[in-house]
Design a protein around this ligand. Structure first.
Ligand code: MG
Length: 375
């Protein structure tokens, strides 16, 4: 591993775990966190959860698992260039989507709507908070505690956003949302690595699915620019390789721009410790020109892929599955296995949300069929 910068997180200086444990042997505290994430059941379920395309729509599309691995790859590259703690970065990246529901954002939005309409006192549902809940509470693997008992720095990185009212209930990791301070640079770059990963792989999956075309993408500056560069170098390249080359060139540009812009901001503000990073303004950033290009690509994907009629149809069905499951369990909790039954109605609603959020796409579809069909 490259030398750590003074503003990097250090495992030996961790703010610690919620339940004190002896130091790990033969690996650092952040390596242990990364290892615990990889071994947990929520991580394995990411394999069967939708990113944009439903898991069963094709074997080549990204899933939450392959997305998380791509985020980890990009985040580690950034971490190494910037002298940051790679193991922590990887742990945050691999855990960042653990709280995602089945069926991507449609699943989350519907679960949130169900909770808010039917059990308003329970508070809604938000996948990012749920990721923290998975590692803090829901995993049942260790004899001495619930959850994975991760280090503060990993939990801080997982919690990307949070309302002030919710932040008050979250203790140490909620504080920065009340104080208006920043998370570590490892957390900041992982958040941007997430954006780089999904914007680019959604172009790839979108073109492969036929829902968006290269001709449409030529109206997006960043794509057109890299497309022309690739064609100048390889005038006879076949279509499939051309798209791959454009994507790899876009990722490279975004990663290098983020690295250089962040380096310049670090030089300017000269943080001497991770506490200086937390107290200052955000340090990880793209240059304004590249940020504008990335925003335009994001808008393109929103209008042309995420709101494509075929995606909307599938997501409409997914919403119905989530709503009908939630409603059925809420109306009659006896349909639930004992481990999800609660005496208090608000606890019961939350347990139903946890159960549904933990489902893979195919498990949710199966469960729905079992509850609503006689055959
Ligand atoms: Mg993500």
């Amino acid at each position: 591993m490259a030398t750590l910068a003074p503003y990097a997180c250090r495992p030996e200086a961790t703010r610690g775990r919620r339940h004190p444990e002896p130091a790990p042997q033969g690996r650092s505290d952040f390596q242990r966190d990364r290892d615990r994430i990889i071994h947990c059941s929520a991580f394995r379920r990411l394999e069967y959860k939708t990113q944009v395309f439903l898991n069963h729509e094709g074997d080549l599309f990204r899933t939450r698992l392959t997305h998380s691995i791509e985020v980890a790859q990009i985040a580690r590259t950034l971490a190494r260039s910037l002298g940051l703690q790679e193991d922590l970065t990887e742990a945050i990246a691999l855990a960042h989507d653990l709280g995602h529901t089945p069926f991507g954002h449609a699943g989350q939005d519907e679960l949130n709507a169900c909770l808010r309409e039917l059990v308003p006192q329970a508070g809604g549902f938000e996948h990012n908070l749920q990721s923290l809940r998975v590692v803090d509470e829901l995993e049942e693997r260790y004899a001495a505690f619930n959850g994975l008992n991760l280090c503060f720095e990993t939990r801080e990185g997982i919690l990307k956003h949070c309302s002030r009212s919710r932040a008050r209930t979250l203790g140490d990791v909620g504080e920065r949302f009340l104080l208006g301070t920043q998370p570590s640079l490892e957390a900041q770059i992982t958040n941007l690595a997430d954006e780089i990963a999904y914007n680019n792989h959604d172009v790839d999956d979108g073109v492969r699915s036929g829902l968006i075309t290269v001709a449409q993408l030529m109206g997006v500056e960043i794509f057109a620019e890299h497309h022309d560069q690739v064609l100048r170098r390889f005038p006879d390249v076949e279509a499939k390789r051309l798209v791959s080359e454009v994507i790899r060139s876009m990722i490279n540009t975004l990663v290098l721009d983020l690295t250089h812009t962040t380096q310049a901001r670090i030089r300017e503000l000269a943080p001497q410790s991770v506490d200086d990073v937390r107290a200052g303004p955000p340090l990880a950033a793209f240059s304004p020109a590249i940020q504008a290009q990335a925003d335009a690509l994001k808008q393109f994907l929103l209008h042309n892929l995420y709101r494509h009629s075929q995606v909307m149809r599938m997501m409409g069905k997914a919403r119905r599955v989530v709503r009908e499951l939630f409603q059925a369990f809420l109306d009659d909790p006896r349909l639930l296995a004992d481990e999800y039954r609660r005496d208090d109605p608000i606890d019961q609603a939350r347990a139903i949300a946890d159960y549904i959020a933990g489902m893979t796409d195919r498990y949710a579809i199966r469960e729905h069929r079992e509850l609503f069909r006689m055959d």
